[in-house]
Design a protein around this ligand. Structure first.
Ligand code: FXG
Length: 270
């Protein structure tokens, strides 16, 4: 279709349906491409707001990254177009909607559903990392649910390519950066592994692990890895979460080990 031929899309190619969600600079609508009758989600962003917030470069990166990733657990971006006032992203429609709404409704997820989600996310993030893409913002608000409870990573508004040669222009010469900062890309990759640990805790317990009254209390709990489990969390699930929520990024479990962890194996096969 047009996307394959890279031809120009325009708003008139689509019939617009109900709103699906909203974000900082716009909203997402259910839509149908008129000729093919293909159902999509159309994310409509306001240009003047993006410019005022100086996030055009972030949006450009989101488009560049998401339109080139192809994975069953990463929301597809089929294309984009713009007019004088808005930018339109043509996205995959994910019938299960936003994951955080399901989590809020259910309170917490079963061990089996949590194991499926975490295993799928580990494969999707490993795919991203193999393309030197780091998401950096994995949380229930950025995840959608497709058919058959497939989880989809949606918002790449904060993802980056790593390593980037532009680093020196950003921070001046590399000469003055500490070794671990120059090697930052490894640690960065491990940022997504940490988020997986936070997510798994939240799936099984119903709230994130380091929740506290205010930012500084939360920060203190994170830096101390002040991890407490309700009695209903099985010890093998606790073991996986403790191996993901490790302070030293280089000592965190690798993504490829996640689907092989005993708790995941026990809950995927059953
Ligand atoms: C460059 C920074 C951009 C910041 N992002 C925004 O301003 C922004 C604008 C609009 C929406 C959002 N947030 C999002 O698009 C993520 C949450 C909204 C999901 C909407 N629900 C969906 N349900 C089913 N299938 C879909 N396919 C895509 N979305 C859906 C974010």
């Amino acid at each position: 279709d047009k996307a394959a031929r890279g031809q120009r899309w325009c708003l008139d190619d689509f019939e617009i349906g109900k709103p699906l969600g909203k974000g900082k600079f716009g909203s997402v609508y259910l839509a149908r491409e008129k000729k093919s009758k293909y159902i999509v989600a159309l994310k409509v962003l306001d240009k003047s707001q993006l410019v005022r917030a100086n996030v055009e470069h972030q949006l450009r990166r989101e488009i560049e990254i998401q339109s080139h990733l192809r994975h069953p657990n990463i929301l597809r971006m089929y294309g984009y177009f713009y007019d004088s006032k808005r930018i339109y992203l043509i996205l995959e429609f994910s019938p299960g909607g936003e994951l955080y709404k399901q989590l809020t409704k259910k309170g917490k997820f079963s061990e089996r559903l949590s194991a499926k989600f975490i295993s799928d996310l580990a494969f999707a993030l490993d795919y991203c990392h193999s393309k030197h893409v780091i998401h950096r913002d994995i949380k229930p608000e950025n995840l959608l649910v497709g058919v058959n409870d497939d989880i989809k990573i949606a918002d790449f508004g904060w993802s980056v390519h790593a390593p980037t040669s532009r680093r020196n222009t950003l921070c001046g010469t590399l000469d003055y950066l500490a070794p671990e900062m120059v090697e930052g890309r490894e640690h960065d990759k491990q940022i997504d592994v940490w988020s997986l640990g936070v997510l798994l805790y939240e799936f099984l317990v119903g709230n994130p692990p380091f929740e506290a009254e205010n930012h500084s209390a939360t920060y203190r709990r994170i830096s101390r890895i002040d991890l407490r489990f309700p009695r209903h969390v099985p010890t093998d699930a606790q073991d996986l979460i403790r191996r993901l929520l490790v302070k030293d990024p280089t000592k965190r479990m690798s993504l490829e080990e996640v689907p092989r962890h005993p708790w995941v194996v026990r809950n995927l096969s059953s």
